[in-house]
Write a protein that binds this ligand. Structure first.
Ligand code: PHE
Ligand code: FE
Length: 296
């Protein structure tokens, strides 16, 4: 029997959670997944597919089906890569966990999406602080088949490399954009508000909360507004930013961000739950259950 693959554990310290960053690309150790790992995949896959009916956007559901992922086993990256190779040209690369920013941007800029090879433990089914295989594969990979979103992700990577050369503040602005679109974005479709963000679709609780709870604000997409907005990494979002289409997202982010970063440098950040008079408010949140501290 092969040995269970080693994974670098992130640290829980008295200063909070400290992620461990590694840069290497690793081969998916598929034969080493334990039955319990496949079971975790099956449980999460079945549960989220059910919850996302009528909640995830059309493009997410349709593209996810094109991969023929099933609850039977953890998908093989090689199989998913075949589908990607003959469509949008993206490729998945296995990684140990979070990557240093520039390494991550460089992958995206070259249409490589880093996927964490390990899956959460059974006691982490409902919540895990860091991305694992389920979040990355189930949450992020489907929209890589959408041509517009696929281009957005590449453009984001290129923009990241550029922002990295500009400075830390530019990176903060850009990271907020990723957070509020790629991870926690909502989209308004003909049949109603839907989810496209990977952080939401891979979470049972937030899939329901983001659409159905009265607590959070839901406001129309505004690039500079998002770039100024702090966010939550330890609770559900206080505000969701809603796009009307992936084309809108692509068009709004096409301009050179260099002057925008310069302009934003003089402006204060916005707390995660605040609304501004200029916001296009779709739903004003009640703020129920919000923690006062902890915006990132
Ligand atoms: N247009 C952005 C820039 O010039 C790049 C970008 C595109 C960033 C799409 C994010 C998303 O920096
Ligand atoms: Fe993610």
């Amino acid at each position: 029997m092969s040995q269970a693959p080693r994974r670098v554990e992130s640290l829980q310290t008295d200063k909070g959670y400290v992620p461990v960053y590694t840069t290497e690309i690793v081969e998916q150790p598929w034969a080493s997944y334990a039955p319990a790992d496949h079971q975790t995949w099956a449980t999460l896959f079945r549960r989220q597919r059910e919850i996302l009916k009528g909640r995830a956007c059309r493009e997410f559901i349709e593209n996810q089906e094109r991969f023929h992922m099933s609850p039977d086993a953890i998908p093989r990256f090689d199989d998913l890569n075949e589908v990607l190779a003959r469509t949008t040209g993206w490729q998945l690369v296995g990684v140990e966990g979070l990557l240093p920013e520039l390494t991550f941007f460089d992958h995206l800029a070259n249409r490589r999406f880093p996927v964490t090879w390990w899956i959460r433990r059974p006691e982490q089914i409902d919540y895990i602080a860091e991305p694992d295989l389920f979040h990355d594969l189930f949450g992020h990979v489907p929209l890589l088949l959408n041509p517009v979103f696929a281009d957005y992700m590449e453009a984001y990577g290129k923009g990241g490399v550029k922002a990295h050369g500009i400075g830390a503040e530019a990176l903060v602005n850009l990271t907020r954009l990723y957070w509020y679109t790629v991870e926690f974005g909502l989209i308004r479709q003909d049949d109603g508000l839907r989810i496209y963000g990977a952080g939401i679709v891979s979470s049972k609780g937030e899939s329901i909360h983001s659409l159905e709870s009265a607590a959070p604000n839901r406001i129309g997409f505004d690039l500079e507004r998002i770039m100024r907005t702090r966010y939550r990494i330890d609770t559900y979002q206080k505000t969701y930013h809603v796009i009307d289409s992936f084309e809108q997202l692509m068009e709004a982010t096409r301009p050179d961000f260099t002057p925008i970063y310069a302009h934003l440098a003089d402006q204060p950040s916005i707390p995660a739950g605040d609304l501004l008079p200029s916001d296009r408010v779709l739903q004003r949140g009640t703020g129920e259950g919000w923690l006062q501290d902890g915006d990132v």
